[in-house]
Design a protein around this ligand. Structure first.
Ligand code: PLP
Length: 371
């Protein structure tokens, strides 16, 4: 029986009070006042001028790609080691995803591999911050500038994270956040686009809302989606964001606690605590098993489950996704770091509601499993 869940969110701020305000006032749709409050607060926390709330992080990425008018004939460079949502946004727009491998220490896309993938068709680089460390942005910014490329930043896992002194969510044309319950700020389901470009913000708002027009509302010149966020979700989001500093402090403390308890354990790579441009926020606490260990990630995960500890596998790389190779993409390409992370990596319970006693149980279970 699982006694330590992999993620349990913490909803102990003003969430209930703000939800009650929605119900008492009757404002529950996307027209309610919490939506704009949440947009302004998220934009401010990412150092951006505009926020556009949407229904989830995957939709935010899709709208970002569409808003930049990326389409057939275009290529977008992104990491092989990421969630399917990144590739889905590119493929659904009719563009071609082009992959780079990860850095074996940070697990984020290796910025040094981007330049060799740039072609005359490249329109954008989609950077994805993974598991608590950011992509090294300096070389990405330089390449984008030199080659005239857009940057789309997937900051779904990067609330409260910084690259040097700049917040994640502040890079490039547009950045996407997710508010799924395992993220640092949750609204149950939800997402947000943030940007400094007023015209791009208008375009994201239009795409979110079926491209209704101001004058003749029901005459459409373009197809959008209904990606709106409800006032109920935004009310939870405003309460969550009030506690972001506490949440990030808590994650860092949890990460340090796991690292101290697991330091020196043979056969396993722990998350990198810091690089010269960032400190790990430990959004989730990942482990990568050494090749010398007879067991792979799924073997270790089953043994941990028997000991009551729930875990999650790492991402499965995009070049090994049947739905994408079935489209004729990535024929024969290899990304050895991403392949290894997928087979040997998984993460431990990392939710904000995790107690010290539960962490101790996890550590004992990991030691027993790897002994
Ligand atoms: C969670 C996540 C998403 C998708 O967000 P949803 O709200 O679940 O659609 C996108 N990218 C990354 C890196 C994520 O971790």
């Amino acid at each position: 029986m699982i006694t330590v869940p992999v993620n349990e969110p913490l909803l102990d701020g003003n969430e209930k009070r703000y939800l009650a305000e929605c119900i008492d006032s009757g404002w529950i749709s996307s027209e309610g006042p919490f939506v704009q409050r949440f947009e302004a607060a998220m934009a401010a926390s990412a150092g951006r001028a505009f926020g556009i709330a949407v229904c989830n992080g995957s939709a935010a990425l899709e709208a970002a790609v569409a808003a930049l008018r990326i389409g057939p004939g275009d290529e977008v460079i992104l990491p092989a080691f990421t969630i399917i949502s990144c590739a889905a946004a590119v493929v659904r727009a009719g563009a071609v995803p082009v992959l780079v491998d990860s850095d074996p220490l940070t697990w984020c896309m290796d910025a040094r591999q981007i330049e060799s993938k740039i072609t005359p068709r490249t329109r954008a680089i989609m950077v994805v911050h993974i598991y608590g460390l950011p992509v090294d942005m300096a070389p990405v910014l330089a390449l984008a500038e030199r080659h005239g490329l857009q940057i789309i930043e997937d900051a779904a896992e990067a609330h409260g994270l910084a690259w040097r002194d700049r917040p994640c969510g502040s890079f490039g044309a547009v950045s996407a956040f997710s508010f799924y319950p395992n993220k640092l700020v949750t609204t149950g389901e939800g997402g947000m686009l943030v940007t400094d470009d007023a015209a791009l913000a208008d375009r994201c708002r239009a795409l979110r809302n079926l491209c209704f027009r101001d004058g003749q509302r029901f005459v459409h010149e373009e197809l959008g989606w209904n990606l709106r966020m409800s006032n109920l979700q935004a009310a939870v989001g405003v309460a969550q964001l009030e506690r972001l500093d506490q949440a990030t402090r808590r994650k860092k403390r949890m990460g340090r606690r796991y690292s101290e308890a697991l330091q020196g354990l043979a056969g396993v790579q722990l998350p990198c605590a810091r690089t010269d441009y960032a400190e790990n926020l430990y959004w989730v606490y990942g482990l990568v098993l050494d090749d010398s260990l007879p067991m792979d990630a799924s073997g270790a995960r089953s043994r941990l489950a028997e000991l009551g500890v729930a875990t999650r596998p790492f991402f499965w790389p995009l070049h090994e996704q049947p739905v994408l190779t079935g489209l004729g993409l990535f024929g024969g390409e290899r990304y050895p770091v991403a392949e290894r992370l997928a087979r040997r990596g998984f993460y431990l319970p990392s939710g904000l509601a995790l107690t010290d006693a539960q962490m101790d149980q996890v550590v004992t279970a990991v030691r027993t499993t790897l002994a």
